[in-house]
Design a protein around this ligand. Sequence first.
Ligand code: SAM
Length: 201
Amino acid sequence: MIWRDKSLLSPGEGGVYGERMRGGYRVWDPRRSKFAALAHLDPGFDLEPGTRVLYLGAANGTTVSHVADYAEVVYAVEFAPRPMQDLLAVARRRKNIIPILADAGRPAQYAHLLEPVDLLFQDVAQPHQAAIAVRNRLFLVPGGRLALMLKVRSIDQSRPLDEVGDEAVAALEAGGFAVDSVRPLTPHHRDHLAILGHRVA
Ligand code: SAM
């Protein structure tokens, strides 16, 4: 990914959501995007050109638009109709975003629209976030990467982050993933853990 003086940039056409531009590139703000926050916190987390991405929890396409600046294709799943309207407008300006109005917990709804992907990125505020990732695992190529932004307070209001995180890791490992790292997204996002792994089964 493209960096200038500790700013993460992406190389697409600007004006998607009022983002700043710098030297002709779009500034990708870690406070507005968990994907960007993870890239800031983990120097090993990269998005190579040619990557095919399944993005669960696309919302209005803010982060999706930056991912699409690098990726070959982004399958962007969102179940709420209002943000989907914004996502459709974003997708009209990019050739490689496939917007999908569907419940990420019911992948049979969109299986027929996908090709195998290299990266499964998930950012949904739901109680059963690990189970949703496991249900979508078969869309990944063998060895394909998982980046799960675990919103801990959607699972439990009060228990410590690492306790809830450990349970999610156990569920992912029981469901066919190997987990490579777990890190909080502070200072950019509170009460979130970024869980990185890959498909093993
Ligand atoms: N990733 C977005 C970004 O960085 O621009 C923000 C995502 S927002 C925190 C979570 C989104 O997930 C919401 O738009 C919500 O409607 C969506 N969502 C929650 N549960 C979902 C589900 N089961 N299937 C699809 N989308 C879901």
